[in-house]
Design a protein around this ligand. Structure first.
Ligand code: MN
Length: 493
């Protein structure tokens, strides 16, 4: 089994089918950026776009074709000579020559008959070959076509010079066992066979693997499974299935899978589902106590893929499933030592927060741990309410309600922005008991997207005494307020 997968070729269509994802449109610069990344990843063919689409599309395909990438650069084309002429203007190596083959597509879309369509396919294949292009002759809606007709079309196309043929499950209706049977037949053709699957039933990866098992030599994929409707087979899933479950070296640079996924998500604006295989946020994140205990003992207990293999790191999240093991792991990261009893108490408090539906951040855990370990006394100044108003035609204004030595203090402040306004309100609220100066403010770490954790560091001083404090939240204003409050409390100890 391993040997048959050794020479699988990856035909990436992120820039063509992927760009046909509803609402996605990439600039020429963005397409080139993705193409370079795909080339580094090691895909064999990059379908850079469809030359017939527009002048701008042609310009971007041409730039990619002339970039000197290792991959074969391909354009989508219909079985029309003018499409070949336009592809030639883009300097591509090959065309993905797509011919509708199901009765439905032939009669309803093209309003032609099978014989005419086959003649067009042969004719345009010859034309493209005469002009020096590599031709991948592709049957659109092949999974709903008459297989005998399809085979005869492929055979005549191959006689006309087609270098590869492709079978498209255009609407994603194939089943894996059916795919194996079809490809066992296609394998008898004298040229490499390619498979193009869609994910309408969530079967794109399974069908692609079934086709490869039955003898297909090339697979069409997209980064993050982008593509028309529910998308195409995802590159990362197909690659990792072959690598990890079939023990096959695909030649793909798997360590770049995550960064490629992030790049494509960012440029296309299509987020990756958090629980998506391989590249989703949660794919290497553990929360439950039992699982983190296992991971601590041996990562393979709950990780079928080592995170480093795909360029990722393991994350432990604390919440209501947190156990002593995950708390211990987290404490170790903070450099805090706790007795068994203290660890138990910290875990209980984390669970309490988790039960309220709260995600427990690093800062929360640190605060809990410090309180339990007696590092920090009960805070003198606590935040009860915070309101911030900001916009383009409003003076950034904040109001706070603090509990200072068990008494409510309400104050407001303005600033150049919402963070400045919030900090100004805080300083005014405690001005009666302490004169606190903000010496330094910096946002230290932002991981991932706009919903990621923001870490704010502040340096505060009071009567020559200086402290550094930290806040970590998903909300930059809350992170800033948290940091300043922590600093205030420490200055007032
Ligand atoms: Mn498609």
């Amino acid at each position: 089994m391993t040997a048959s997968f050794k020479d699988v070729r990856f035909f990436d269509t992120t820039l063509r089918d992927g760009e046909q994802t509803p609402g996605v449109s990439l600039t020429a610069e963005e397409k080139l950026w993705i193409a370079k990344k795909l080339d580094e990843l090691g895909v064999h063919v990059i379908e850079a776009g469809s030359a017939i689409t527009s002048e701008g599309e042609r310009a971007s395909i041409k730039v990619i074709a002339n970039e000197g990438l290792r991959a074969e650069i391909c354009s989508f084309a219909r079985v029309l000579k003018k499409d070949i002429d336009l592809a030639l203007k883009c300097d591509v190596d090959s065309v993905h020559l797509v011919v509708p083959v199901s009765d439905l597509h032939i009669t309803q879309k093209l309003r032609k008959d099978k014989k005419t369509v086959k003649e067009m396919a042969v004719d345009v294949t010859e034309y493209a070959k005469d002009h020096g292009l590599i031709v991948e002759l592709s049957g659109e809606d092949a999974s709903r076509a008459d297989l005998d007709y399809l085979m005869s079309l492929y055979k005549e196309g191959i006689s006309a010079g087609a270098d590869r043929i492709c079978f498209c499950d255009t609407v994603g209706v194939l089943l894996p066992e059916q795919t194996e049977k079809i490809f066992a037949k296609l394998k008898t053709l004298p040229v490499p066979v390619s498979v193009h699957c869609h994910d309408d039933f969530g079967l794109a990866t399974a069908n692609s693997i079934a086709a490869l098992r039955a003898g297909a030599q090339q697979v069409h994929v997209t980064i993050n499974g982008l593509g028309e409707r529910a998308g195409n087979a995802s590159l990362e899933e197909v690659v990792m299935t072959l690598e990890a479950l079939y023990d096959c070296d695909t030649g793909i640079n798997t360590k770049d899978l995550y960064t490629t996924s992030r790049l494509v998500s960012r440029l296309t604006g299509v987020p990756v589902a958090r629980n998506k295989a391989v590249v989703g946020d949660y794919a290497f994140t553990h929360e439950s106590g039992i699982h983190t205990h296992g991971i601590l003992a041996s990562p393979e207990t709950y990780e079928p893929i080592a995170p480093e293999k795909v360029g990722r790191t393991r994350k432990i999240i604390l919440g209501k499933h947190a156990g002593k093991s995950s708390v211990k792991m987290a404490l170790k990261e903070f450099g805090l030592e706790a007795s068994e009893e203290q660890v138990g108490e910290i875990a209980n408090r984390v669970k309490e927060l988790g039960d309220k539906g709260k995600r427990v951040t690093d800062a929360d855990l640190q605060a809990i741990a410090e309180a339990v370990l007696g590092i920090c006394k009960e805070a003198k100044v606590k935040l009860d309410e915070l309101t911030v108003i900001s916009g383009n035609k409003v003076t950034p204004t904040a109001s706070v309600k603090l509990v200072v030595n068990n008494k409510d203090v309400i104050e407001s402040g303005t600033g150049v922005g919402p963070v400045d306004a919030a900090i100004s309100a805080l300083r005014r609220a405690i001005s009666g008991i302490a004169d606190i100066q903000l010496e330094e403010y910096r946002v230290e770490a932002i991981t991932g997207g706009t919903d990621a954790l923001v870490e704010v560091w502040v340096k505060l001083s009071k009567d020559g005494k200086m402290v550094t404090a930290r806040g970590a939240r998903e909300d930059i204003i809350m992170a800033s307020v948290e940091a300043v409050l922590e600093g205030i409390n420490r200055l007032m100890e």
